[in-house]
Write a protein that binds this ligand. Structure first.
Ligand SMILES: [Zn+2]
Length: 270
């Protein structure tokens, strides 16, 4: 047990240094993201101001007598036209800015995944696996994933849907890129079940035995044929967590110590 706890604290250190490394590697992009988001905030505020101005012009217009206040009426009409044009261009600007923000986020995510992948390769090397062995394990995992469809008729039928196939295979491919197949092969290759409910979920739990030892019990993930890549990745995340008590502890610890924002509930189960 002592060796396990030292292994866990070793991993915690490794994880922390990976996290710091990602933060450092993406410093410039983080700044870029901050300023892009700030810029977007400004545009959104300008949209609100413009909408306010329009609504006051509209209410002013309703007070005018179309005969007596003809000049005011025309002026109001001109102002309104100008404001509508301004609002329209602000909305376009906002759309462009939103794209900008998303692009920077994508860059950050890419850089992060790059680092995680490097770390996975490093761990494999330390564990004495050659790159050929890693490739072989990855290929075996791919085969297992492709045949891991639940055996009921609905799952077999819906797993063949074009969108379902695309999202599932893209998710599985990404997972193979960053998770060590020598460690997480089981968690990443349990049956995918296609259900009718809109909510996707993961089936599994960490079981604790009387002697204190623990092990993961996994029954795969349940999704529907419209479930997107992001959600599939999320559910596989639960499989990784439930299939590996050490990961489970790290996740629990992470939530306890690092997540203090309102986003907490989004990251929590289910
Ligand atoms: Zn969840």
């Amino acid at each position: 047990m002592a060796s396990l706890s030292s292994a866990i604290s070793g991993n915690e250190k490794r994880l922390e240094s990976l996290r710091q490394n990602i933060i450092k590697k993406t410093e410039d992009e983080q700044k870029e993201l901050d300023s892009a988001q700030e810029e977007h905030q400004t545009i959104k505020q300008n949209i609100k101001d413009s909408q306010l101005k329009l609504s006051s012009l509209i209410s002013a217009r309703s007070q005018y007598d179309i005969e007596k206040d003809r000049d005011k009426y025309i002026e109001n009409k001109n102002l309104m036209e100008r404001e509508y044009a301004k609002l329209e261009s602000l909305r376009k600007e906002s759309e462009i800015q939103q794209k900008q923000v998303n692009e920077v986020k994508l860059k950050i995510r890419k850089a992060g995944l790059e680092e995680i992948k490097k770390d996975m390769l490093e761990v494999n090397k330390q564990d004495g696996f050659s790159s050929e062995q890693l490739n072989k394990a990855t290929e075996e995992l791919k085969q297992k994933q492709q045949s891991a469809i639940a055996e009921d008729r609905k799952s077999i039928r819906e797993s063949k849907d074009a969108f379902a196939t695309q999202e599932r295979e893209r998710a599985q491919e990404r997972l193979r890129e960053i998770f060590n197949p020598h460690i997480h092969s089981e968690s990443l290759s349990k049956p995918v079940e296609y259900v009718t409910t809109s909510r996707a979920y993961s089936k599994g739990e960490t079981i604790e035995f009387v002697d204190g030892s623990r092990s993961g019990s996994l029954r795969g993930i349940s999704i529907n044929k419209k479930t997107n890549l992001k959600t599939i990745l999320h559910e596989y995340g639960h499989q990784i967590e439930d299939g590996n008590p050490e990961v489970h502890d790290l996740c629990t610890d992470f939530f306890r110590n690092h997540i203090v924002t309102g986003k907490q509930t989004l990251l929590f189960r289910p």
